[in-house]
Design a protein around this ligand. Sequence first.
Ligand code: NI
Length: 388
Amino acid sequence: MGIKELARQDKEYVIDLRREFHMHPEPSWHEQRTAKRIKEELDQMGIPYVSVAGTGVVATIQGNNEGKVVALRGDIDALQVNEANDIFYKSQNEGIMHACGHDGHGAMLLGAAKILNQLKHEINGTVKLFFQPAEELAEGAAKMVKEGVMEGVDSVFGIHLWSDLAYGTVSVEAGARMASADLFKIRIKGKGGHGSLPHQGVDAVIVASALVMNLQSIVSREISPLEAAVVSVGKIQGGTRFNVIADEAVLEGTTRCFNNKIRGEFPEIIERIAKNTASSYRAEASIEYNLGTPATINEAECSRIATKSVEKLLGKEGIVKFEKVTGGEDFAMYLEKAPGAIAFVGIRNEEKEANYPHHHPRFNMDEDALEIGTALYAQYAIDFLNEK
Ligand code: NI
């Protein structure tokens, strides 16, 4: 039997697992039950594995023939979202929901494990399966990489089920696919006083207001208009009372872009604008810049192999072009160590009410897509290892 047939055979297995994960969602770094279930399934299949990064699992399938090493990645964490779907497998953990489709990722990767384990005679090399925790914090991949999972890996392949893409379609083109996502926190130090006597103080609220506006000139005036980038301030805190001059204000925001060179320039630009804006109002600013994840950029050769894999499963009409997205994805951390690609696999189907965006309380998927994703994981692994 080929991959397509095996994926069809395992369809119910993967759907059942996805529903089970969906019913028992766990937030980042708390994926204990999920990891335990993954290990139980791997035990059943007789596939060896090790625990990494706390709640992460890395399984290894050794092919019958010598060759390269390919890694397949599925993230497994859920979100702080209150599920509003009326389904029998609704989340049983109050306030936590698989609202991004990672339940499907873990289930599909187990389905792929099952397939690849039966096709060992066709595998020229080694397949590693990365069940990754804490993607939603952009921390899991970094921890896995730090613990050495990418050592000796020649290519890494990931899938994200994607609600903006129709069921039956896949996008895996080369180039930028998802943005870098970093965080900044700016603390403004002013001087308190009476609201009726502003000249005696240094108003941190005024500085914060000016700073929010000045930060907007980064994208419009400092970065090439041919590059896409975002600087958003999502939170401002300052002041205690209507008639008290605020002595301190704190801003928190995020930067996004698709060019890792620009990403590297953001901290210095933001610091310069924050400090100079503050000093022009007699205040002081200090900045904390936390690196989340780089931009996710599909390598051309891996993208080409994956495109062919999709065509084997769905025909040429299964491949679609899809614009890159400004969301972040810590899959990029693996791509810093080896070439690879992430595929968006379509799950949208209005008839099945699978038409809500990711992170929405009514997010859901056309589960028929799980068969496609399962097969694609396995197909990429075999196709990559067969490349001369
Ligand atoms: Ni996600």
